[in-house]
Write a protein that binds this ligand. Structure first.
Ligand SMILES: [Zn+2]
Ligand SMILES: [Zn+2]
Length: 280
């Protein structure tokens, strides 16, 4: 199985690979820059070279990039929307430079202007980024917890967007277990999980599912609370993850943890728990 975590690029982006190797990751996710601000510097040629050569020397694949937090690709505020689209363009470009195949995006909040308007903005943003940057990078739409005004809580939301993206081969999805569960999709029992994935297959197509974010949930089923919990300590629980990790579809995908680091656990603890629960 391919299991990994979200890794810090602190110090220099290539250090992410050392950290991933230290943790025994087969795959991992990064932000290509500080995720809490708008400003960023271009990647230097030297940094790109260090990263790509370390990566090709390792057996890690795939690496996944997550968009920074501030952009809102569904925002009705012109100024924010423009900056958000520019950020997406930059991330798709940076993924290409770093030989990273996937860029995970959140679909944002329409801030009360309606889901249709939200869809339109996200679709336009994806089309703009993909037509501006000519590379093989695939944008992965991540499902959300379905909080108020958010776009992407239902599989149908993702499908609405995918169906209108022009370059079909460059859009797919990332499935976050915490978000799906808190949006109301049951995953904890074998039959319920199979049904949830069957529904995903019918609406979007399992062939478009490229990455799984493996997170437990601080909120209960259908709570719409987007708070990740350590594997096994949340409402999905150890038994739930046993079912998830032994599912034929899930176990073949890159599984990336975005779990907390606190007094109850860290990346090492969560990775060990996943490997333990993955054994039947
Ligand atoms: Zn995310
Ligand atoms: Zn996620």
């Amino acid at each position: 199985m391919k299991i990994g975590v979200h890794i810090s690029i602190s110090g220099s982006i290539d250090l992410a690979i050392d950290r991933a190797l230290e943790r025994g990751c087969d795959t991992f996710q990064i932000f290509t820059r500080n995720p809490r601000g708008w400003a960023f510097k271009d990647l230097s040629e030297e940094n790109v070279k260090k990263f790509t050569s370390k990566l090709s020397d390792s057996e890690i694949a795939p690496v996944v990039v997550h968009m920074p937090y501030l952009p809102n690709l569904a925002s009705p505020k012109k100024h924010i929307y423009k900056k958000s689209v520019d950020s997406l363009i930059a991330e798709v470009h940076r993924c290409g430079l770093l030989n990273i195949p996937y860029c995970v995006i959140h679909l944002g909040s329409h801030l009360g202007t309606g889901i249709e308007a939200g869809y339109n903005r996200v679709v336009d943003a994806c089309n703009k980024a993909l037509s501006t940057i000519d590379n093989d990078v695939i944008i992965l739409l991540e499902n959300t917890a379905g909080t108020k005004n958010s776009v992407g809580g239902a599989f149908e939301d993702l499908q609405h967007i995918i169906s209108r993206v022009e370059q079909k081969s460059r859009v797919a999805i990332c499935f976050d277990t915490c978000h799906a569960f808190s949006a109301g999709y049951e995953l904890r029992e074998r039959k319920a999980l199979v049904n949830t994935l069957k529904h995903l297959d019918e609406v979007i197509g399992l062939n478009l599912l490229k990455v799984v974010h493996l997170n437990d949930s601080k909120g209960d089923l259908g709570s719409h609370i987007d708070r990740h919990e350590h594997i096994g300590l949340g409402f999905i629980g150890e038994n739930g993850f046993k079912i998830i990790l032994n599912n034929e579809v899930i176990k073949q995908l890159p599984l990336i943890l975005e779990t907390p680091i606190d007094s109850r656990g860290d990346d090492y603890v969560n990775l060990a728990k996943v490997r333990e629960l993955a054994v039947k």
